[in-house]
Design a protein around this ligand. Structure first.
Ligand code: CO
Length: 228
């Protein structure tokens, strides 16, 4: 829905008044510190806003978003966010959140050219290629797209676990749990792909368990969220 910019500023004032009315002193309280427990790494898609989906207010979740929720080993932007969140803010959970119907994942799956992002989405094509034999065996394009959205969450969660930032945190005994979630645009619900990792020894087993789980769900024909 198109708004004029002055309408957006008016909506902002109404929102701030409402929050302050519900929780007097909320904003001045946030001035002193932020103490989020969660780092959300998600897609830039406008339909997947971290705070709203979690029902959380400002101050509760640290957020990094990019096209197709990709975590690249050498991405200083993502690494800087992760290091600040873990070392300074001491977040306890990192969730990599993909979503069904992701345009970036669709482009990667089909090899569509969309621009500069093609180079970024090569990383998702690497995921596609890694699992190509299995993906090719799925029934149709819709199912392949859903499956690649899920696989991308697993692989990017794996990348999070392998960063020096997370490895160092675990080495010094800091509690950081990495999770892989996928979001349904069609129903507003998050699903835990059970890629849950609490330490270096759990990375590979969690990945393999989660991968086996999502393959089993596809084989059983129970996972077809976009078709609901
Ligand atoms: Co997306």
């Amino acid at each position: 829905m198109p708004y004029r910019l002055r309408d957006l500023l008016a909506k902002n004032r109404a929102w701030a008044e409402d929050v302050e009315h519900q929780r007097p002193g909320f904003f001045t309280g946030l001035l002193k510190q932020q103490a989020p427990q969660y780092l959300w790494i998600g897609c830039a898609d406008s339909r997947v806003p971290a705070n709203e989906i979690l029902g959380l207010l400002p101050g509760d979740v640290f957020v990094h978003r990019n096209v197709a929720n990709v975590v690249v080993h050498s991405d200083l932007n993502a690494l800087s966010v992760m290091q600040y969140a873990i070392d300074q803010l001491h977040v306890r959970h990192i969730m990599v959140v993909g979503h069904y119907g992701c345009g970036g994942v669709t482009a990667a799956l089909k090899g569509l050219r969309i621009g500069i992002a093609d180079n970024w989405l090569r990383h998702v094509q690497d995921v596609r290629n890694k699992h190509r034999a299995w993906l090719d065996g799925l029934a149709g394009d819709t199912e392949r797209l859903e499956a690649l959205c899920e696989l991308n969450v697993l692989e990017q969660s794996l990348n999070v676990c392998e960063t020096t930032v997370v490895q160092d945190a675990w080495a010094r005994g800091q509690s950081v749990v990495v999770h892989g979630w996928v979001y349904g645009l069609h129903n507003g619900l998050l699903e835990d792909l059970e890629m849950t990792v609490r330490g270096p020894g759990e990375v590979q087993p969690a990945y393999e368990r989660s991968l086996a789980g999502l393959k089993a769900r596809r084989a059983a024909g129970v996972a077809s969220p976009s078709a609901d």
